[in-house]
Design a protein around this ligand. Structure first.
Ligand SMILES: Cc1cc2nc3c(=O)[nH]c(=O)nc-3n(C[C@H](O)[C@H](O)[C@H](O)COP(=O)(O)OP(=O)(O)OC[C@H]3O[C@@H](n4cnc5c(N)ncnc54)[C@H](O)[C@@H]3O)c2cc1C
Length: 422
């Protein structure tokens, strides 16, 4: 089959890899001059099934109100005249019940746990290196109430296949000695031994090279302007370099992250994926004190900040801001992440040489990705992975490739499709 994948982020490239491995002829198209240069560029680096906690939960509306006006808040909504944002927020509120939260947790975990296996398979098959660390992820808590609430959640996730062991403070420090100086700030933690970390950009670029070796063609610097469809068939893709016709492709895959809904809307398809801006800071670790920066990936659950050791760098990422498609860097938001990092790990590295970045998470109101068929028979979709796109990419790509090949996917796709928003 001839397949055109639109988008060369981590999701598009993993999709291309599995398609090529299944024997399809694949072309990948992106407006950037290389793979992984937008949201997949400098994310938090975590392969974290244990972070499968949907943003929408019973406690979220009250927390969001408390965070109003705080520039260092984990979530900021900047109201604007934007129907897509308004609609997204309404759907988000509808997902803030305990029952929806449980359903959504199971759906995210189903993909995330499967994806860890698929990533391990890609590693075994290709030998790809991306500053990966298979040392698990440690969630730490500094508020006793939050920790108390995390314990049943950890048990639920363990039941769904993602082990989360509950630890006391000394247990956390034993797992990650770099926390020793900050032990007085902690009340406990949970540890997920099967989670991992690694540089998503290095992975995407490395896998794109491997794909090229498998015969995949990459067309960079090509902006997709619109899709043309008739009834339930996609006829072509209009780009700034001409139209790619459905006569030349049997199948199209949309993997354009936050921009995917903008292409579907003119076709009458409403996809509630909205950009949630986040920031990252990359700190060079101190060569004279390598133990000052954590080696185990950490999630500070209250501040919603993640830490990943990527070789001789510490990547720290967090915050979510609903502010449309604006990718500009806010000094206050970015510096609040650096301050939090230096507070938890005072000797982690050279803060004066930290690099800042912002990207747009393609976020759904239920935090569940959108994977599968559309009402167009020759168009599949793979987006909306939100805060866990790196975690889910290997599995999501595999699921789409299996659908393209007419194979039954390894996991149930129930609740993952675009039809749930109908
Ligand atoms: C601060 C931050 C921290 C994060 N931390 C983590 C983490 O620790 N773990 C985790 O699992 N996930 C994390 N994420 C989420 C993860 O980075 C994303 O979910 C993931 O990168 C999305 O990948 P993607 O391929 O769907 O999108 P992208 O990487 O954005 O790829 C989409 C591609 O489509 C192309 N494109 C878009 N529109 C067009 C067009 N019109 N024409 C041509 N090309 C187009 C873009 O150029 C881009 O290359 C984080 C995100 C942020 C912002």
């Amino acid at each position: 089959m001839r397949v055109l994948v639109l988008g060369a982020g981590v999701v598009g490239v993993t999709t291309a890899y599995w398609l090529a491995k299944a024997g399809h002829q694949v072309v990948v198209l992106d407006r950037q001059l290389g793979p992984g240069l937008e949201t997949s560029f400098a994310n938090g680096g975590q392969i974290s099934a244990s972070h499968a906690d949907p943003w929408a939960g019973p406690a979220t509306p009250l927390k969001a109100l408390k965070w109003l006006g705080r520039e260092d808040a984990p979530l900021i909504i900047r109201p604007r005249l934007d129907f897509a944002m308004f609609g997204w927020c309404l759907r988000f509120l509808a997902n803030c019940t305990a029952a929806r939260n449980r359903v959504n947790t199971e759906r995210i975990l189903r993909v995330a746990v499967y994806s860890r296996q698929c990533l391990a398979q890609i590693r075994a098959d290709t030998g790809i290196a991306y500053d990966q660390a298979e040392r698990g992820i440690l969630h730490v808590y500094s508020d006793a109430k939050e920790f108390e609430a995390a314990v049943p959640k950890a048990a639920l996730m363990t039941r769904y296949g993602c082990i989360r062991e509950v630890l006391d403070v000394e247990g956390c420090v034993a797992r990650e000695p770099a926390l020793a100086e900050s032990r007085h700030k902690l009340v406990g933690g949970t540890y997920s031994p099967d989670d991992e970390s690694g540089d998503a950009y290095k992975f995407t670029a490395g896998l794109a090279d491997i794909c090229r070796g498998m015969g995949v063609q990459f067309r960079y610097g090509t902006q997709v302007r619109r899709l043309i469809a008739h009834r339930n068939h996609l006829l072509g893709v209009v780009t700034d370099g001409g139209t790619l016709n459905a006569d030349d492709y049997d199948l199209f895959v949309l993997a354009m992250g936050s921009y995917t809904p903008l292409l579907l809307k003119p076709l009458g398809v409403r996809l509630p994926v909205y950009p949630a801006k986040g920031y990252s800071v990359t700190i060079p670790t101190a060569p004279e004190n390598p133990g000052g920066a954590p080696r185990v990936a950490i999630i500070d659950d209250e501040r919603k900040i993640v830490y990943s050791r990527l070789g001789d760098r510490l990547r720290v990422a967090g915050t979510a801001e609903l502010t449309g498609y604006d990718t500009s860097l806010s000094g206050a938001r970015a510096h609040s992440i650096l301050t939090a990092a230096m507070d938890l790990f005072p000797r982690c590295g050279d803060a004066s040489r930290a690099e800042f970045w912002a990207g747009l998470r393609p976020t759904t109101p239920d935090s569940v990705p959108v994977i599968g068929r559309t009402r167009f028979e020759n168009l599949l979709i793979n987006t909306g992975h939100g805060t866990l796109g790196w975690t889910m990419s290997a599995g999501a790509g595999r699921l789409v490739a299996d659908l393209a090949s007419g194979k039954d996917p390894d996991i149930d796709l129930d609740g993952l499709g675009i039809d749930r928003f109908a």
